[in-house]
Design a binder for this molecule. Structure first.
Ligand code: HEM
Length: 486
């Protein structure tokens, strides 16, 4: 047989295979449905590669911008191996959050479930999710934030901020992570920053994180995902050892006051959760509680570096708080001080709006749904894209500009009520972030000590990228000089 005949046979088989896959692929769409416009892309892959292509985090990225321009704010696609409805529509996003459990359910890719664990809050549904969520809400209750956590957040912020030498250069992203991780490790398991286990856990978490966000989650030796699964086992072993030790101490009534107060003791004494459930809960809260907030703090440092007027106004606000505290002899920040940080709250909101730490969420339709004349078939993936709403010029004037003043109540041309209702950096409904108040408190307290003590510039020309998780590719190196407001 000639070579050209063999080549012809080979190419024909490949084309036949592609045709069969395309046929199966298009058959997934039920007939007579009024699906939103859009394209399904390549067989199997769909448009996933374009969707996940990194882009500057203060934008929506080429993929999203082009798709919205072409199809509007609700479009169909094929993403993460599933037919998908993408929503950049503020009202549909709210509808999705409000109907969680009734019309929509959480649906993270299988690889995320595998790495976070089957008892992780991010994958659980129904009663089990409700029970786990109540535990996290109890741990992060407003009463605890007011009475205990403000002081502790400040202690951990000071440990980091006061360790910087004048005129030194370092990765602000690493320092933000040191702060949020140390705080969470202490309050979840009473691990001190200088503790060997705590350092080991932190290193393992860095590897674990790379796997959680890996665009190619293949469990093969050497891949980020494969390494992260190994880190998961090591992390669980460390938590399990702590748990066994603690259970014994509780039995002997030998736990210290500090330990009595942490999440581990609370779960062991107040719930009937199995060991596996406790392990996934602790792993998940430690993960959710430090990765996101450290990115948010890094974003604030980055935005403020190019907004000296905002830094000046922050300094005035925080100096006023310090001065009035001095008069009464108080030193530590209190909840009332936090509530007085009006402009800081504007900076926090604006950072979350422009930076969009979490850009989209994973849901699936659990019923056939009709919305604005479009069909969303049962079983389809649905992605509410929060960042698209936060960067919508119809809701936020000059949306790509970092402008904290837009949030000031006295600013008549500031954020409208409609925009306010659609500002959802922590998601919404029955799955809204349980740590939102803690995250905002950590950001404000960190900013307090940063602006009172330092001037800083970003070096190495870094900027945040969405991978789609937000990260500074060069680690956000900053050079600090001490600043005295006193
Ligand atoms: C700026 C920082 C943070 C951002 C932007 C953020 C964002 C989010 C978002 C958008 C969700 C919803 C996920 C979904 O619906 O699929 C979520 C869930 C969650 N977050 Fe956060 N988060 C932050 C900080 C924290 C902190 C400090 C904690 C606490 C320790 C925390 C704990 C959780 C938990 C436990 C859930 C799951 C809630 C549930 O399923 O009921 N987060 N977060």
């Amino acid at each position: 047989m000639s070579d050209s005949y063999l080549t012809f046979c080979f190419l024909s088989s490949i084309l036949a295979l592609i045709a069969i896959i395309c046929f199966i692929f298009t058959k997934r769409e039920k007939p007579n449905l009024n699906l939103p416009p859009g394209q399904m892309g390549w067989p199997l892959l769909g448009e996933t590669i374009g969707f996940l292509k990194p882009y500057p985090a203060v934008t929506l990225g080429d993929f999203m911008e082009k798709h919205i321009a072409r199809y509007g704010t609700i479009y169909k696609s094929y993403l993460f191996g599933e037919p998908t409805i993408v929503s950049a529509d503020a009202a549909l996003n709210r509808f999705i959050f409000q109907n969680n459990g009734k019309l929509f359910e959480i649906s993270y890719p299988k690889s995320i479930g595998e790495i976070l664990g089957k008892w992780s809050m991010l994958v659980l549904v129904g009663d089990m999710h409700r029970d786990m969520r109540n535990i996290s809400l109890n741990f992060l209750s407003n009463a605890r934030l007011r009475t205990q956590l403000v002081k502790e957040v400040e202690r951990h912020a000071l440990l980091v901020v006061t360790s910087w030498n004048k005129n030194c250069t370092f990765s602000a992203q690493e320092e933000a992570k040191r702060f949020t991780y140390n705080f969470m490790a202490k309050h979840i398991m009473s691990l001190d920053p200088w503790n060997v286990e705590s350092e080991q856990l932190k290193t393992e978490y860095a590897c674990f994180m790379k796997g959680v966000v890996s665009p190619a989650p293949l469990n093969l030796p050497g891949t980020a995902y494969g390494k992260a699964l190994k880190s998961r086992s090591t992390i669980l072993k460390i938590i399990e050892a702590k748990m066994e030790e603690r259970a014994k101490r509780i039995q002997k009534e030998d736990a210290s006051l500090e330990e009595d107060n942490d999440l581990l003791s609370w779960v062991l004494t107040n719930t009937n959760l199995s060991n596996d459930q406790i392990l996934d809960l602790i792993l998940g809260i430690l993960f959710a509680g430090h990765e996101t907030t450290s990115v948010a703090i890094s974003l604030a440092i980055y935005f403020l570096a190019s907004c000296p007027l905002a830094v000046q106004q922050l300094r005035e606000e925080h100096m006023e708080i310090v001065t009035s505290k001095r008069k009464t002899g108080e030193v530590e920040l209190t909840w009332d001080d936090y509530k007085r940080m009006e402009f800081t709250h504007c900076v926090v909101n604006e950072t979350l709006r422009v930076g969009n730490v979490v850009r989209f969420l994973h849901r699936k339709a659990i019923k056939d749904i009709r919305y604005k004349g479009y069909d969303i078939p049962c079983g389809w993936k649905v992605l509410p894209v929060i960042s698209a709403v936060h960067l919508d010029p119809e809701l936020f004037y000059q949306p790509h500009q970092f402008n904290p003043w837009r949030w000031q109540e006295k600013n008549k041309s500031g954020v409208s009520q409609k925009a306010m209702n659609n500002f959802l950096p922590f998601g919404g409904g029955s799955r809204m972030c349980s740590g939102s108040e803690l995250a905002k408190l950590e950001m404000a307290v960190f900013i307090h000590h940063l602006v009172l003590n330092y001037n800083w510039q970003v070096v190495k020309g870094d900027q945040p990228f969405a991978y789609p998780y937000v990260d500074f590719p060069k680690g956000l190196y900053i050079k600090v000089q001490t600043h005295s407001c006193m």
